[in-house]
Design a protein around this ligand. Structure first.
Ligand code: WA2
Length: 326
């Protein structure tokens, strides 16, 4: 009889596993496609038009609060009355409306990216352009150097130190509200983000980092990056051609604990399970990405079937699922 129960539990777990693995794979593909479409949107509306037409994606609402920072930024232009107004308009447009439009658009389309915790756009900035960009946006480019203690606390871009001189930078200029804490931070100053940026722009493909601790939440997660080019490159374009045509990077972060929560929430049933997630890309040292604490009186829950272990293979994302019986 005991053997029979074990057998049935194993069957139940196996199908729950398969269902969740398939759902992860599907939702990841959906999210990835939409992030890719966002990269094309930025390329078309922000870089493809002079001046940026990103605000025509959706008419922004005028906010008078914005006006003070706009004056601060434009006052650097030593222009006559006419030119001053002109400079004001351009700044208003790119710097503030651009961010507001991106924020609104990405928030309203968040349902298209079910597993992501936020998307952001980092601009490619050469050292020679740094001063101009910093004046235009009204902040200095920050370095992603922050110890674990500070990470756990409020993560405000003001707490980051100014970036030292580099050949080039990738400061975030637009972000979904959920990740607004990375605006002005140079994404090339973080090891994982930097590697992703370099691979994305040379390959023209969506690329994924290994799991690492994300800023602010300090949760383990991964980042997906697509390069944004200033022309519509053919699929067979050479890496050098791609690197030269790169103007920025569109990225999305996946926060694993919230991903598991969302997944469990959507598949809630009368069965009780514990979900653990491992990245098994490296067979010798799998990375524990999420470990759910078991509720105390586990054996007392009649619906408890076991511990579900989802393994992620980052080469083939969310490739397989295996299971255990507690
Ligand atoms: N996004 C959110 N949280 C993070 C993070 C990130 N990167 N890196 C560390 N914590 C704008 O690939 C370009 C997003 C990086 C894209």
């Amino acid at each position: 009889l005991n053997k029979d129960i074990m057998f049935r539990r194993r069957e139940t777990l196996a199908s729950m596993c398969d269902e969740r693995a398939r759902m992860l794979q599907d939702q990841f593909n959906v999210s990835m496609n939409h992030v890719h479409a966002l990269a094309i949107l930025v390329s078309t509306f922000h870089h493809g038009k002079q001046p940026s037409a990103i605000d025509q994606v959706q008419m922004p609402i005028f906010r008078s609060k914005i006006l003070s920072s706009e004056y601060r930024v434009t006052s650097v232009f030593p222009l006559n009355m006419c030119g001053y107004v002109l400079a004001m308009k351009i700044n208003f447009h790119c710097q503030l409306f651009g961010q507001k439009t991106f924020e609104d658009y990405t928030e309203r389309t968040a349902f298209e990216r079910p597993l992501t915790s936020g998307v952001a756009y980092a601009l490619r900035v050469r050292h020679s352009e740094r001063e101009h960009i910093e004046k235009q946006y009204g902040w200095t480019i920050k370095k992603m150097d922050i110890d674990d203690q500070t990470l756990a606390q409020e993560c405000n871009p003001e707490n980051f130190s100014t970036s030292p001189v580099q050949d080039e930078y990738a400061p975030v200029i637009f972000s979904q509200k959920t990740v607004s804490h990375i605006v002005s931070i140079d994404m090339m100053s973080g090891k994982e983000d930097r590697e992703n940026i370099l691979r994305a722009r040379a390959s023209g493909k969506g690329v994924l980092t290994s799991p690492f601790k994300l800023l602010k939440s300090n949760h383990l997660g991964v980042v997906l990056t697509f390069a944004v080019y200033n022309t519509n490159l053919p699929p067979d374009a050479m890496p050098d051609e791609r690197i030269n045509a790169t103007v920025g990077y569109l990225g999305a972060s996946y926060d694993v604990p919230s991903l598991v929560e969302k997944l469990l929430h959507q598949l809630a049933s009368n069965q009780t399970i514990i979900v653990n997630v491992y990245d098994t890309t490296s067979e010798v040292s799998p990375i524990k990405m999420f470990k759910q604490k078991p509720p105390p009186p586990l054996q007392a829950i009649s619906a408890f079937v076991g511990v579900l272990v989802i393994t992620l293979l980052l080469g083939h994302i969310f490739h397989a699922a295996i299971k255990q019986i507690a």
